[in-house]
Design a binder for this molecule. Structure first.
Ligand code: NAI
Length: 246
């Protein structure tokens, strides 16, 4: 129970990797505040957190709405008492070749995946700086390291997330706050189930371990980085991809 007495804040926590992170951190003792722009299916996550004997609060909020995020964060501290772990997980894809990409698809991905992290982290960091403790984990992607045809917007946003992570680690190091990123490879969620069987098979062939990861594999890495076991680790990108990129 390494997170007993701690409060975690998870964005995009309703489903997929975010939901798995909420459950994993609760299973190790954390109370959970999570937000998502979609209202459903938060009940399933709330129930799972409660089954571990932990409190869960859900807010329907969009990471691009800075004013709303500030209100939500203030409310979390009022309701749960502190804010010790932040997981910036909310993210989207709007894939297309550069030549065909609509400007709105470029902007939507940068707004949510990158500016969303700025909005949430600025609000939460104020609390952590006062506490002089905290752990921030940003969900990047291997695409932010390797690049990928058809994903210039997504790759730019996730490379940006890595830049934010490394800079913030330096900015916050002497304030007792660690900042790290997890870069998942191919993980079985709604995001990747939407791909054609052909694309999935090609992706599988690129993975030395030979299978796709599950959301729980990412949650385990997040949990490690959030914990005191990682107390000497900051500014790092932990790649969770079955060996896909080297
Ligand atoms: P998902 O699509 O299953 O879940 C994302 C969640 O974020 C959804 O519940 C969605 O409603 C929420 N969300 C989206 N935009 C939001 C916004 N503006 N404000 C608040 N919530 C918002 O996706 P998945 O696969 O669980 O991905 C989670 C994170 O992991 C994303 O940042 C994604 O880029 C990253 N990732 C996923 C990989 C994969 O293979 N599934 C690989 C590498 C990174």
């Amino acid at each position: 129970m390494r997170f007993d007495g701690k409060v975690a804040f998870v964005t995009g926590g309703n489903r997929g990797i975010g939901a798995s992170i909420c459950k994993r951190l609760a299973s190790e003792g954390a109370d959970i505040a999570f937000i998502d722009r979609a209202p459903d299916p938060q009940e399933e996550v709330t129930k799972a957190v409660n089954n571990f004997g932990k409190r869960a609060i859900f807010y329907e909020a969009d990471v691009t709405d800075k004013a709303m995020i500030e209100e939500v964060v203030a409310n979390v501290v009022k309701e749960l008492g502190s804010l010790d772990i932040l997981v910036n997980n909310a993210g989207i894809t709007r894939d297309n070749l550069l030549i065909r990409m609509k400007e709105e698809d470029w902007r939507a991905v940068i707004d949510i995946n990158l500016t969303g992290i700025f909005n949430v982290t600025q609000a939460v960091a104020k609390i952590m700086l006062k506490q002089r403790s905290g752990s921030i984990i940003n969900i990047a992607s291997v695409i932010g390291i390797s690049g990928n045809a058809g994903q210039v917007n997504y790759a730019a946003s996730k490379a940006g997330v890595i830049g934010v992570t490394k800079s913030l680690a330096k900015e916050f190091a002497n304030r007792g706050i660690r900042v790290n990123a997890v870069a998942p490879g191919f993980i079985e969620t709604a995001m990747t189930k939407a791909l054609s069987e052909d694309v999935r098979e090609k992706a599988r062939q690129l993975i030395p371990l030979g299978f796709f990861g599950e959301p729980e594999d990412v949650a385990a890495a997040v949990s490690f980085l959030a914990s005191e076991d990682a107390r000497y680790i900051t500014g790092q990108v932990l790649v969770v991809d079955g060996g896909m990129i080297r």
